[in-house]
Structures are given as structure tokens and as C-alpha cells.
Design a protein around this ligand. Structure first.
Ligand code: AMP
Length: 144
């Protein structure tokens, strides 16, 4: 077993949080931030992250994790309504061996329609206009 490296403040989600890289934001509060995955595995695929630096499930403060889960629930309900989904898939990967590629904790929230398989992970970059439209609809549902 290897010990985890320290949190890297230059990871891409930390840079999104600092506003250094654009994203399709759908929700923000004092402790969490949510935006669309640019390579969605299904329409409305969102990522919920804590504002506090945390690499993954192994080092996040329990309160921050609880808050991320609460926001993931809001995003799940909005995604289900906006995309007329039948269900939701939640995913969280920790460390490379667990499938993690970006090392700032994120919870994937993916609306699912019955019988439609997920696209492969991080494979097809969605059209920016489509992401913008999805973000607008999700954002509106989340602020209603
Ligand atoms: P993972 O760390 O395995 O949970 O996956 C990281 C996820 O981040 C993948 O689903 C990528 O499509 C997504 N991703 C990578 N870069 C960006 C970005 N700049 N904006 C939004 N999503 C991203």
C-alpha cells in the first residue's frame, strides 16, 4: 500500500474553482460547486465538488463530504426532472487505482434513462452549445 500524494492546488478542478479555467456552472454555495462534465457519459452528467481542498474520499473532512452529498442530492433531483430521467447514477473514484483522473474530490451525478447505457468515461467531448443549454436548464431548476 502506498501513501497518497499531497493535494495539488494546480489540479484542473482547483483551477476551475479559482476561475482560471471556464466551466459550465450549474450551482454554487459557500462550501460546494457544481458544473457539467465536458465529456458527459449521459446528458446532464454533472460534477459536485467541495470548495475546500480535498484529493478524494480518503482525505476530505467529513462535514465537507456530507455537504457534497447534500448538493449531489439537489443536483440529482434537478437532473431527473430536466432530463426526464428514470434514475440517477452516482460515482466517486478515489486514487488512480480507484479510477480517479482528477485529484480534487468530485461526485459524478448522471441522469439515466431506462435502457440507455452510459457512454465510455472521458471519451467524447460534448458540443459547447449543447453543454451551455443543459447548464442553463439545470441551473434554472436548481435555483427554482
Ligand atoms: P475521474 O477523476 O475519473 O472521476 O474523472 C474526471 C472527470 O472529469 C471525467 O469524467 C472528465 O470527463 C471530467 N473532466 C476533465 N476535465 C474537465 C473539465 N475541464 N471540465 C469538466 N469536466 C472535466
Amino acid at each position: 500500500m502506498t501513501s497518497a500524494p499531497a493535494y495539488d492546488p494546480q489540479n484542473i478542478f482547483a483551477r476551475i474553482l479559482r476561475g482560471e479555467i471556464p466551466c459550465f456552472k450549474i450551482y454554487e454555495d459557500e462550501r460546494a460547486f457544481a458544473f457539467l462534465d465536458i465529456m458527459p457519459r449521459a446528458p446532464g452528467h454533472a460534477l459536485v465538488i467541495p470548495k475546500a481542498p480535498a484529493r478524494n474520499i480518503l482525505d476530505i473532512a467529513p462535514d465537507d463530504l456530507a455537504h457534497v452529498a447534500q448538493v449531489a442530492q439537489k443536483v440529482a433531483k434537478a437532473g431527473k426532472a430536466v432530463f426526464r430521467a428514470d434514475g440517477i447514477t452516482l460515482m466517486q473514484f478515489s486514487e488512480a487505482a480507484g479510477g480517479q483522473e482528477v485529484f480534487h474530490l468530485h461526485m459524478h451525478v448522471i441522469p439515466r434513462v431506462a435502457g440507455v447505457p452510459l457512454k465510455p468515461a472521458a471519451s467524447i467531448k460534448e458540443d459547447m452549445a449543447v453543454l451551455a443549454e443543459h447548464a442553463e436548464r439545470l441551473s434554472a431548476a436548481l435555483s427554482a
